[in-house]
Write a protein that binds this ligand. Structure first.
Ligand SMILES: [Zn+2]
Length: 81
């Protein structure tokens, strides 16, 4: 009986996990934004930031740092690549 109750609560918790929140405004996130720092010689620096963002905040970042959309943003990222 106790095992059954434990299982019930484990599955219950699993179903009520909060949707991912935008780390800027707190609305539901739709994207990840990966920030990768490099030296001016384009050498890798072990400093990366991966943050969840909503569509609106993602667009704000693009408008601020890449208003010409040049190069075109990567629309789809395949985890296998
Ligand atoms: Zn947001």
């Amino acid at each position: 009986m106790i095992e059954w109750i434990k299982k019930f609560f484990v599955s219950f918790e699993g179903k009520t996990t909060q949707p991912a929140k935008c780390q800027v405004c707190g609305l539901n996130a739709t994207n990840y934004m990966l920030i990768e720092f490099k030296t001016l010689e384009l050498e890798e620096i072990e400093e990366k930031i991966l943050m969840k963002m909503c569509n609106h905040c993602s667009k704000d970042v693009l408008d601020k740092y890449n208003p010409e959309r040049n190069p075109a943003p990567i629309i789809k990222w395949n985890k296998e690549e």
